[in-house]
Design a protein around this ligand. Structure first.
Ligand code: HEM
Length: 583
């Protein structure tokens, strides 16, 4: 065979071999990037697939090479083979140079600053599990208003200034408008079939639109405000009737929790629980508590950060799955099915004109085909955590601050007495006029922000932020707590001082990026319309009725905080003396 032909043949086969390799490499790169992006639930599988792909590529290449060698052996003499060897070396060298040039000419990412990452673990071993708002604030002092943490395969981008918060939430609100989930949240939200943890897109838009009518309008507030006021009256009645409350003290949170359940369950299902001993209440509240504990814990981080460790998480995930199934089944059986029966019976009797509660609107949307039954279920699940707990935590902080600052409680009382006349408890329409009470509520949420890092945001594609490249599918944490507690922006931020809000004109609606207890922009909290008046009503009515005091022998209520993946609550459910006002 002529050398020319040998060359042609060799280059054809070499090309095939290279193509096989590059397809294998592409697969490998694709799988690896999926892994790096942390596509939830796929990680260990993708690691397997990667290995399989790499194997497949290698074996295809080796088969091709073997085949080709055999073919060459059959047709060459020794001299031909030597020439061919040289040709192959040249080809190999040329290919390597091409690959190198392509690699070098790829645009380099300008990543945000951050601690130096080690392979596999990234920064995880340095920064640990507990990425709470305070630890992240310390890191912001070191690395700046934007920094990157590599937590195994996950990228955490932490933003700690009003300017960058505005970029994430407002200016680039669409780009950063998705949510990250993780293996545990995937279970509880059915991979984002809910509203809170879903990606930014059509599903989210539809859910948000449909949820607005039953929950987030002033009409809803007006429809239910009497129910809210009544529930607070029941709390007052029960506290008055409890002899320990006024002597050794009681854990007021327990009764307030029942109140929050009743407020939200009346809005959702037109249902309430009579007492804290109600079996159904005990069941639902304990399942919600467990759901929060499992989702907010840092214990499952290792399986989230390092996919190959995920098999060790199987026990934890099984526990989550079982709880989720049990919990959703209970929502269905005891509340959704019951309501459906009632609605069907009313329909059969031709009764019309009953005021609708939230689930009735959601069933209607389901009948129109706008929502699936599962979507309705996940809305119920979302409300149980997003609405009840956050508001309860904030109330609990507020009551603690009232107790620790009796002069402020007195000021609120005087404001309400002057405005409404002693004995007339505050109602929702009064809220807008209670300047000092409003300042107090805002200060509670500045210092004790219930969701201090907001609910994590995520960019689906690679984006620019603060002059840096943010890799696709990064978890973007806005440290709203630090922004509202940064001494560069706030005078004596560590001091609980409602007066600051009397003059600074800042409100909680997300217009001022120094203060974002409910976030801002597209993914901001729609529940603000309910939460703000509720906080005013509960704290206002308690102060109008009671002196709130630390229990005997205690100077101040302990306001040590405890954080979760992105929540913050008071560490100890404190005991407190609740005595009818003495002035
Ligand atoms: C004091 C009480 C509350 C606080 C501090 C609070 C805070 C927040 C925060 C910080 C976010 C995330 C914002 C972001 O990621 O940019 C959020 C989201 C959300 N909140 Fe609230 N919230 C409260 C009460 C409520 C209530 C009462 C409801 C419903 C009745 C509710 C429903 C929601 C929902 C559905 C979302 C997800 C919005 C979305 O992803 O589009 N929240 N909340």
């Amino acid at each position: 065979m002529a050398v020319e032909e040998v060359f042609k043949e060799a280059s054809k086969h070499a090309e095939e071999v290279l193509m096989e390799f590059s397809a294998g490499a592409k697969n490998l790169a694709g799988e690896l990037s999926a892994t790096v992006a942390g596509l939830a639930g796929e990680l260990s599988e993708s690691a397997m697939e990667t290995a399989v792909d790499a194997n497949a590529a290698a074996s295809t290449a080796s088969v091709a090479a073997k085949h080709w060698c055999q073919h060459m052996m059959d047709s060459f003499n020794t001299a031909d083979l030597l020439t061919l060897q040289n040709v192959l070396y040249a080809l190999l060298a040329a290919s390597l140079i091409v690959i190198l040039i392509m690699e070098l000419s790829k645009p380099r990412l300008k990543l945000p600053p951050g601690p130096k990452a080690v392979p596999v673990f990234g920064n995880w071993l340095q920064v640990g599990n507990d990425l709470n708002h305070r630890n992240l604030s310390d890191m912001a002092k070191k690395y700046g208003e934007i920094f990157l943490l590599k937590m195994g395969v996950r990228n955490y981008v932490v933003v700690s200034s009003p300017q960058l918060a505005k970029e994430v939430l407002h200016t680039q609100g669409v780009e950063f408008g998705s949510r990250t989930r993780n293996v545990v949240f995937d279970i509880f939200t059915g991979k984002g079939q809910d509203m809170v943890f879903t990606l930014y897109g059509d599903h989210w838009r539809r859910m948000r639109r449909i949820m607005t009518v039953p929950f987030f309008t002033n009409k809803v507030v007006q429809q239910f405000r009497h129910a809210w006021e009544e529930e607070i009256e029941f709390v007052i009645k029960d506290l008055k009737a409890d002899p320990t409350a006024s002597t050794t003290g009681c854990i007021v949170r327990k009764r307030l929790q029942l109140m929050m359940y009743n407020i939200m369950y009346r809005m959702l299902f037109d249902r309430r629980f009579e007492t804290m001993d109600d079996e159904l209440f005990k069941m639902v509240s304990s399942m919600n508590r467990e759901r929060s504990r499992l989702a907010q814990s840092f214990d499952y981080n290792y399986g989230d950060f390092i996919p190959i460790l995920r098999p060790f998480l199987s026990g934890y995930l099984k526990q989550c799955q079982e709880l989720k199934d049990k919990r959703l089944a209970a929502f269905k059986k005891y509340f959704m099915d019951e309501r459906k029966k009632l609605l069907d019976a009313r329909k059969a009797r031709g009764e019309i004109g009953h005021p609708k509660v939230a689930i009735d609107h959601l069933f209607e949307s389901q009948e129109k085909g706008e929502l699936s039954y599962d979507n309705v279920m996940y809305i119920v699940e979302n409300i149980n955590v997003a609405a009840i707990e956050t508001t309860l935590w904030s109330i609990e902080w507020g009551v603690a601050e009232l107790c620790n600052n009796p002069e402020m409680a007195q000021r609120i009382r005087e404001e309400l007495d002057t405005m409404l006349g002693r004995g007339n408890l505050i109602t929702e329409p009064d809220v807008a006029r209670c300047v000092y009470l409003t300042a107090f509520v805002k200060e509670v949420m500045r210092l004790h922000m219930a969701i201090p890092l907001l609910v994590p945001h995520m960019n689906l594609k690679q984006e620019k932020l603060g002059g840096y490249d943010i890799p696709a599918e990064s978890k973007v944490l806005v440290n709203a707590w630090w922004i509202a507690n940064d001494p560069a922006l706030w005078e004596e931020p560590e001091k609980f001082n409602p007066d600051r809000f009397l003059t600074n004109g800042i409100d909680a609606s997300g217009n001022d990026f120094r203060y974002l207890p409910f976030g801002s922009g597209r993914r901001s909290c729609p529940g603000i319309i309910l939460a703000m008046p509720l906080l005013h009503l509960v704290l206002g009515r308690l102060v109008q009725t009671f002196d709130l005091l630390p229990p005997p022998g205690v100077d101040k209520i302990d306001t040590t905080e405890k954080g979760g993946q992105f929540s913050m609550f008071i560490k100890t459910h404190y005991n407190m003396v609740v005595r009818e006002r003495s002035d």
